[in-house]
Design a protein around this ligand. Structure first.
Ligand code: CA
Length: 240
C-alpha cells in the first residue's frame, strides 16, 4: 500500500489502551504517534499531519466528537476512525454532524483495527498503479480528479472529506443511473462495511450543501423515491 509508512495518530486518554494499540500498529509497519487528550490530539494533527487518526470518543476536556468536528473543518483530508463504546450513536458518528470514515466498538481485536485502517487508507489512496483508470471524471460543471484528490465545480475548488469524495466518485462513474442505497454503500464503502443504509442519506444531505446551487432543490443528486439516488449533469433543458 504505497512506499511510505502511513502515519497514524492515536488519541486515547487511557494509557494502557493507547500503548496496546500503538504497539500493534507499529508491528503492522505503521508510524505511530500518540496523544492523551483531545487538545493534544488537535495539536499533533496540526504539527505532525497524520494520514489517519484513531480517535476515542470518551476523552476528558474536548471529547472525541468535538475533535472529529474540528478535524473535519480544518483537515478534511485526514481520515478518522472512531473508537466507541457499545450503544453510542453510530449515525451521529458517521453522519452529517461528524463524518467519521469508520468506527470500531470496544473491546476490539487489534487485527480488526489494522484491517479497518488499511481499508480506509486504500479508499483514500486511489492513485495506486493497480487502480489506474481515468484520472479525471467529468460531468456538467463538475470535475473530479482522482489522482490529485480534487473536486472542482465551475473552476471553483470544493473541499470534501474522503467519504464525500468517494461518494461523488461512485456517482460520477454512474451518471444518470439510479442506484439503491445498498449499491451506493457497496460501491463507496466496500462490501465489508457494516452499517446502516441511512448513512447514505446523511452523507448525501451534506454533499448537496456543498455541490448544489439550491440544496433544497437538488438538480444533480436526485432522490429516486422508493429506490435511491441518481446523479445528473443538471441543465435538463439542454439536450445533447
Ligand atoms: Ca477514553
Amino acid at each position: 500500500m504505497g512506499n511510505h509508512p502511513k502515519k497514524i495518530l492515536i488519541v486515547e486518554d487511557e494509557s494502557s489502551i493507547r500503548r496496546f494499540i500503538s504497539i500493534n500498529l507499529q508491528r503492522d509497519s505503521f508510524t505511530v504517534i500518540e496523544a492523551a487528550s483531545g487538545e493534544e490530539g488537535l495539536e499533533k494533527i496540526k504539527n505532525e499531519q497524520p494520514n489517519l487518526v484513531v480517535l476515542d470518543v470518551m476523552l476528558p476536556g474536548i471529547d472525541g466528537y468535538e475533535v472529529c468536528r474540528r478535524l473535519r473543518e480544518e483537515f478534511p483530508h485526514v481520515a478518522v476512525i472512531m473508537l466507541t463504546a457499545r450503544g453510542q450513536d453510530m449515525d451521529k458518528l458517521m453522519g452529517l454532524e461528524l463524518g467519521a470514515d469508520d468506527y470500531i466498538v470496544k473491546p476490539f481485536n487489534p487485527l480488526e483495527l489494522s484491517a479497518r485502517i488499511r481499508a480506509v487508507l486504500r479508499r483514500m489512496n486511489q492513485s495506486s498503479p493497480s487502480l489506474k483508470q481515468e484520472a479525471i471524471l467529468q460531468c456538467g460543471p463538475f470535475q473530479l480528479d482522482t489522482h490529485g484528490h480534487r473536486f472542482v465545480k465551475d473552476d471553483r475548488n470544493i473541499e470534501l472529506t474522503p467519504r464525500e469524495f468517494d461518494l461523488l466518485k461512485t456517482f460520477m462513474k454512474n451518471i444518470d443511473k439510479a442506484l439503491t442505497r445498498d449499491e451506493i454503500l457497496n460501491m463507496t464503502w466496500g462490501v465489508d462495511f457494516i452499517g446502516d443504509p441511512k448513512t447514505v442519506d446523511v452523507h448525501i444531505r451534506r454533499l448537496r450543501e456543498k455541490i448544489e446551487d439550491t440544496p433544497s432543490h437538488p438538480v444533480h443528486i436526485e432522490t429516486v423515491w422508493g429506490y435511491g439516488y441518481c446523479f445528473r449533469k443538471g441543465q435538463s433543458n439542454v439536450r445533447n
